[in-house]
Design a binder for this molecule. Structure first.
Ligand code: F0G
Length: 373
């Protein structure tokens, strides 16, 4: 077994890096693809649902895949500072990778609207945290304006290297399944991740001909992870911030899934193209459906993701119920971030701990009471 040193080293020949590129990595990627065992049975559905648990990346979200590339390329280009707007996870990843690289980071976040874990990460890594009286879309606009003159590199997904890093999740899935799944569902906010996954899947379809863009039919490594097809891409949003399913930008997005509280997605055009090319669709789930599925997943499978992440599974369960996704399918749902990112929302919807005297009998009483339920 060799020491895993992150996704750039792993997929070096499929990423825009050279032999002298100084790689900034925290060992991101290589996340587990976990097959749900109990939920499909519980729902009486004959489907294979696997979750790609991106919450197990170094800073607890899929953003690390993009950030290792964006920061690596920023450092290679001589940049001394990075900047991003964020609903929380991008800021956590930017802060961590900037520390690793020894450069400065500036993060713009919507005041009072980012989950506690994410805020603590940006602060702890020493990022300059700028709270704005506005939402993510305001922050995104400001970052783009400021970067025109200030000596800072944008590391939001408008930075093309972000998508290059994030496309590697598709490579990992194909390697594990031996092919692409029938469906791949993601929560959609700024729409960078769904776009990145599609790039990854598209680059993996082996043409088995000399015209294959990667290997010209020669590269043994490409054959090893080639897919015979691409999945239908399903993008799910929270009902209060669902520009894709509403077919219009949303000026005042609102949802408990603060990670995807975005009304003006930057990758709007690209994401529509993904939907069209893949034969997939966009839809939305209410906050209560999202929270219900977050809890269901935690309590029936032992997997704790953040609210936004549960949107992918909530959408899939909804569309299985409606018959839009047929039984017999293999479905991958990306769980974008770890549940520990947002402890407040988790505690608010869970059973309170009981407080008792520190005696054997009081503990035994509780055990018996609960087992009898
Ligand atoms: N899930 C989580 C946990 C996220 O943090 C995000 C985006 C998404 C899904 C949506 O991904 O934007 O590529 O469509 N978070 C960004 C941030 C906006 O600032 O952390 P997307």
């Amino acid at each position: 077994m060799t020491h895993y040193t992150g996704l750039i080293e792993r997929y070096r020949n499929r990423l825009p890096v050279g032999p002298d590129t100084p790689i900034i990595s925290l060992g991101e990627g290589n996340t587990p693809l976990i097959e749900l065992r109990n939920l499909p049975k519980k729902l009486g559905k004959d489907v294979r649902i696997l979750v790609k648990f991106e919450g197990l990346n170094p800073t607890g979200s899929f953003k690390d895949r993009g950030m290792t590339m964006a920061v690596t390329k920023a450092v290679e280009a001589g940049s001394k500072a990075i900047i991003c707007a964020s609903t929380g996870n991008t800021s956590a990843a930017a802060a961590a990778y900037a520390s690793r690289a020894g450069i400065a980071s500036f993060v713009l976040i919507p005041e009072g609207k980012i989950a506690l874990g994410k805020l603590s990460q940006a602060m702890m890594h020493g990022s300059v945290v700028i709270q704005i009286n506005g939402n993510f879309d305001d922050g995104m606009r400001l970052v783009r304006e400021v970067a025109e003159s200030a000596p800072v590199t944008i590391v939001n997904s408008v930075n093309p290297f972000r998508l290059q890093g994030q496309k590697t999740a598709s490579f990992e899935i194909i390697e594990e399944l031996g092919d692409a799944p029938d469906y791949h569902a993601l929560p959609v906010g700024n729409a960078g991740n769904i776009t990145a996954h599609w790039i990854g899947y598209s680059e993996s379809v082996c043409q088995n001909t000399r015209s294959c863009v990667h290997c010209e039919g020669k590269c043994p490594y490409h054959k090893e992870i080639a897919a015979t097809k691409r999945p239908k891409m399903l993008g799910y949003q929270a009902a209060g911030s669902a520009p894709f399913s509403r077919l219009a930008f949303v000026d005042d997005p609102e949802t408990v899934a603060t990670a995807i509280r975005i009304g003006h997605p930057v990758s709007w055009k690209q994401a529509w193209q993904v939907k069209e090319e893949s034969g997939g669709w966009f839809d939305e789930c209410t906050d209560s459906e999202i929270l219900k599925v977050q809890k269901l997943l935690a309590q029936s499978e032992g997997i704790f993701c953040e609210p936004a992440s549960a949107t992918s599974l909530a959408g899939v369960l909804m569309d299985l119920e409606r018959g839009k996704i047929e039984e017999g399918s293999t479905i991958v749902c990306t769980l974008t971030g770890h549940g520990l990112k947002d402890p407040d929302t988790a505690i608010a919807q869970s059973t309170r701990p009981v407080t008792v005297d520190a005696t054997r009998s009081s503990i035994e009483k509780i055990i018996l009471e609960n087992l009898a339920k």
